[in-house]
Design a protein. Structure first.
Length: 256
């Protein structure tokens, strides 16, 4: 697929912070680079984010109204929501802001994990339910991010975070950024005497190895369900998102 040169400086905002969002930014610039200005927006929770193609901004917008002001002030033409599947607030704000300005919006949806033979998934609705389900099951590897960890403070846990916490936590922590290998995850489970995995149904390939490792070792997984997706157009792959961008640039592409 070659590069398409745009006739004007078209602005794309990617709401990101995920590996999938980073891959999209690079692919979009490679495909439309001579006329497309790509800005990736990060929540700012990680102090050392991975390098990104194009422009980068960090921090919140101040709700849907703040995002709408940013989109109008910056002359953004289209928005792709490629945030984490559990980033429900920013996804809702994107829908509201784009609706208010009549801007095209696409959700780049991360592929879900499918249950495989041997999986022992315990599906729960939130972190509080995950903590209740964990009680009495032994030491857990908890990989749900930094928020709501206080719910697990009285439980035997090893918590994995992307980077060290700003303040000490009441349990042992390790750091790591995916992608991980199945062999390394199995070794972690065995060496740290992990009996159960607590995670979110995030999907995607970067952290799927822990699910495969738990299956291979016969360990249960307490899995927090995804929140409902926002309504609207969605793509399931980078290629599909690139086609959507081209549709916005060239309406004739929608007919093919």
């Amino acid at each position: 697929m070659g590069t398409i040169c745009l006739s004007r400086n078209t602005r794309l905002l990617i709401l990101g912070g995920t590996g999938q969002a980073a891959a999209l930014a690079g692919a979009a610039l490679a495909r439309f680079g001579c006329g497309l200005r790509v800005t990736s927006s990060l929540a700012g929770r990680t102090s050392r984010p991975a390098a990104l193609a194009g422009d980068v901004r960090s921090g919140g917008f101040g709700g849907a109204a703040g995002l709408a002001r940013y989109l109008a002030d910056e002359g953004v033409h289209m928005v792709i929501d490629a945030t984490h599947p559990f980033a429900a607030a920013i996804s809702a704000h994107a829908r509201e802001a784009c609706h208010a300005l009549d801007l095209p919006r696409l959700t780049l949806a991360r592929p879900v994990w499918r249950r495989q033979p041997g999986d022992q998934w315990i599906l729960v609705d939130d972190a509080a339910a995950a903590a209740r389900a964990l009680a009495g099951r032994g030491r857990a590897l908890v990989t749900i991010g930094i928020k709501q960890l206080e719910l697990f403070a009285e439980l035997p846990c090893l918590v994995r975070l992307i980077e060290p916490p700003a303040e000490p936590l009441p349990f042992e922590t390790i750091t790591g950024r995916g992608p991980f290998t199945v062999a390394a995850e199995k070794q972690l489970f065995i060496e740290r005497r992990i009996c159960v995995l607590v995670t979110k149904a995030s999907g995607g390939a970067a952290t799927r190895a822990k699910i495969t490792a738990a299956r291979g070792l016969g360990l249960p997984v307490i899995m927090i369900r995804r929140p409902p997706e926002e309504p609207g157009r969605r793509a399931r792959s980078i290629d599909a998102a690139l086609r959507w961008i081209e549709e916005q640039i060239n309406p004739e592409a929608r007919r093919h």
